[in-house]
Ligand binder design. Structure first.
Ligand code: ATR
Length: 273
């Protein structure tokens, strides 16, 4: 029998996950059905209960339901607990639902794919919302020299740094405090590019050896990355690879085999341009 999976969100019309998972299934010869489901804003749990009652084996969860999935899951992985959000639900053999979060692993795998060094490097995470929280633990696991959180609303950066204090070398840095030296890697976890904008950064954060990674992706260069290039960033990357890698990680958890991502990356990039 074909195993059923889905991505649930609101809205969900533009989700690329069905296309990505269909490609993974073909490549690995797995017999799965993966659909996009739009749950009503007040109907996440009801929609998911129906999906799993009808034999669903797993689900991806996207905006705005990641926190509800975190609260609803029966058990959580450590990385989901740390993220405070669930993007992957897995039906267990005893019928319970495990909540996991593959977003941070997706980011780290994509950075490795692009040969961006993280160990002993100075990393700046910009933003202090759910997207930022979701990647902090996987980034700290890469053993950076220091991870700095910068946010337009400084208090939120301070709170986030405090919450992860014992997980590694992490601190907050005020936007209006200039940097002594440029950082090695900047992870832009804000939604600024979606608003055709860029986040404010401390003066001197970007240098010619800095890699800037915008978790958003857009046709061509994202708005924030265009700005970062003008500031002299050595290299700019967007979040398309992260999207594919977080999906590959979910697929591997569900199916026990890891798909190759290169061709899917190329297909999505072509479709964007
Ligand atoms: P998500 O869960 O996707 O991270 P969020 O919780 O709304 O979404 O957080 C959005 C993040 O992007 C926040 O850090 C926000 O900064 P504030 O905390 O100051 O609101 C940041 N952000 C959004 N638009 C921005 C912009 N134009 N410039 C700078 N930061 C922006």
């Amino acid at each position: 029998m074909t195993d059923r999976y889905c991505v649930v969100g609101h809205p969900i019309g533009h989700s690329k996950s069905p296309q990505i998972h269909a490609a993974f299934a073909t490549q690995t010869q797995q017999d799965i059905d993966y659909q996009a489901i739009e749950a009503p804003l007040e109907g996440f749990v009801t929609t998911m209960q129906a999906f799993f009652a009808q034999g669903g084996r797993g689900a991806n969860v996207t905006v705005p339901f990641k926190q509800q999935a975190y609260e609803w899951a029966d058990t959580l992985t450590e990385r989901a607990r740390r993220a405070g959000a669930v993007n992957t639900l897995v039906k267990q053999s005893d019928g319970s639902l495990l909540g996991d979060n593959t977003d941070g692993a997706g980011l780290v795998t994509d950075l490795h794919y692009h040969h961006v060094a993280l160990r002993d490097k100075r990393i700046m995470v910009v933003g202090a919302g759910g997207a930022a929280r979701g990647v902090l633990l996987p980034l700290l696991e890469q053993e950076p020299a220091l991870l700095m959180i910068v946010n337009r609303t400084e208090q939120k950066a301070q709170q986030l740094a405090a919450a992860f204090g014992e997980a590694g070398p992490i601190t907050s840095h005020a936007v209006d405090k200039p940097m002594v030296a440029p950082v090695d890697v900047i992870i832009n976890a804000t939604s600024a590019s979606l608003h055709q904008s860029h986040p404010p950064l401390p003066q001197g954060a970007i240098g010619p050896a800095t890699t800037v990674y915008d978790m958003v992706y857009q046709a061509g260069c994202t708005t924030s990355n265009q700005w970062a290039q003008r500031q002299g960033a050595g290299r700019c990357l967007d979040g398309l690879g992260m999207l594919v890698e977080q999906a590959a990680e979910s697929f591997a958890i569900w199916r026990g085999c890891r798909p190759q991502t290169e061709r899917v990356r190329e297909q999505l990039r072509e479709a964007l341009s």
